[in-house]
Design a protein around this ligand. Structure first.
Ligand SMILES: C[S@@+](CC[C@H](N)C(=O)[O-])C[C@H]1O[C@@H](n2cnc3c(N)ncnc32)[C@H](O)[C@@H]1O
Length: 199
């Protein structure tokens, strides 16, 4: 059992069962019946919601406990969700295979992030969307969630540099928002939002 298995083994849903607010806004850009990859989907709140919008969703994560809960949530909502147990440290999707990649609070350490982010971006078809929300380094001043480790927190500039020559940023933002996402994310938070398209 890894640390996420232990967290997700607790009763309830750590980040709730409703989708992230930025994902809900941004998903209006997706064409009907898009193929969507959701790395680090955890207990499935975002993947299940996207499936409910009519998209063909694959959620991948290295928490088997999280993915089992994602499948239960999908069954409860009456939607179909593909899941796969993978470690983003050494996994890559098929190049140019999906219409969107959704990364919501998937905080990878520097040692694996650049390779993983570029592999995920390469998984997009030309024009495909990357939708990302993560905590910003200024989140260290808050106690509303996220890793208390600057190595795992993202600035918009860092993400733009990591995706250089693969993705064109469409809308990039950092600032304060109030989170209400299960017991795991509650209160004033400083986040980075990054939306871009595969070149
Ligand atoms: C903060 S949780 C967010 C879960 C979900 N995206 C959400 O917003 O509800 C981070 C997720 O990233 C996953 N994760 C972290 N490192 C990973 C890795 N190396 N490979 C695959 N998944 C990973 C964890 O298992 C966990 O499900």
């Amino acid at each position: 059992m890894n640390i996420w298995d232990q967290r997700f083994a607790e009763p309830g849903f750590k980040y709730g069962t409703e989708p992230n607010a930025f994902l809900r806004e941004s998903a209006s850009r997706l064409l009907p019946a898009s193929t969507v990859l959701v790395p680090g989907d955890g207990e499935g709140r975002n993947g299940v919601w996207l499936a409910g919008q009519g998209h063909a969703v694959t959620s991948v994560d290295n928490s088997g406990v999280g993915l089992q809960k994602a499948q239960s949530l999908a069954a409860e909502k009456g939607v179909s969700l593909q899941t796969a147990l993978v470690d983003l440290a050494d996994w890559s999707p098929e190049p140019a295979s999906v219409d969107a990649v959704v990364l919501i609070y998937v905080h990878l350490p520097n040692s694996i992030r650049l390779r993983a982010h570029r592999a995920l971006a390469r998984g997009l078809k030309p024009g495909g969307w990357l939708i990302l929300e993560a905590f910003h380094p200024q989140q260290l001043a808050h106690r509303s969630g996220g890793p208390q480790d600057i190595d795992m927190l993202y600035t918009p500039e860092q993400l733009t540099a990591e995706f250089a020559e693969l993705l064109q940023p469409t809308w990039v933002w950092q600032g304060e928002t109030t989170l209400s996402e299960g017991p795991g994310h509650q209160g004033l938070a400083h986040v980075t939002r990054w939306l871009g398209q595969r070149i």
